[in-house]
Design a protein around this ligand. Structure first.
Ligand code: ZN
Length: 176
């Protein structure tokens, strides 16, 4: 089970989105696919990559829930990035990239779940932004010698067209 919640100060506004582990993978995959299709700016790509990093096949089942303020928001482009997230959700609801998947996410469930997430993003505002999360996400830990958190040059999976996180392609990883 994974839970996506509003920031603590806004907990009461929209109830958390709770999903079983398999459902969470579907949720992340359809969002990453639609985001990868429409992202144009580096900031938009960052949001897609951040989501792609919620990859349960690599980081463990039931460990990818988050509060909305943990996403890579910055105060100066909250509204722009909200618009991008809303378009990403819309594109996912419209199933434009579903043919890439080797399974059917289920139209009814996907729609209900994505609309719940959409309501949460709409309720998110500048007061909820905590740039510390962005700093931590984009700053390399000196102790680890891994690749950068955000892959240089924003590479995409050649097979699925999804932006890669440092964990690889979220679709490829689900097929292993
Ligand atoms: Zn792939």
């Amino acid at each position: 089970m994974n839970e996506i919640s509003m920031p603590q100060s806004a907990e009461h506004i929209v109830e958390p989105l709770r999903m079983a582990n398999m459902a969470t993978s579907v949720f992340i995959e359809i969002l990453v696919l639609s985001g990868s299709q429409i992202a144009e700016t580096d900031r938009e790509k960052e949001f897609v990559i951040w989501l792609a990093q919620r990859d349960q096949n690599v980081v463990g089942r039931g460990t990818v829930g988050f509060d909305l303020d943990e996403m890579p928001w910055l105060e100066n482009d909250v509204e722009l990035m909200k618009q991008f997230m809303l378009s990403m959700i819309d594109t996912a609801i419209n199933k434009t990239q579903w043919h890439i998947l080797d399974y059917d996410p289920g139209e009814e469930w996907s729609r209900t779940t994505l609309l719940h997430f959409l309501t949460m993003i709409q309720a998110f505002n500048q007061n909820h932004v905590n740039e510390q999360h962005y700093m931590e996400w984009t700053t390399l830990d000196e102790e680890d010698e891994y690749e950068p958190t955000i892959p240089v040059g924003y590479p995409k999976c050649q097979k699925h067209g999804a932006y890669l996180s440092y964990l690889g392609c979220v679709i490829c990883n689900s097929l292993d």
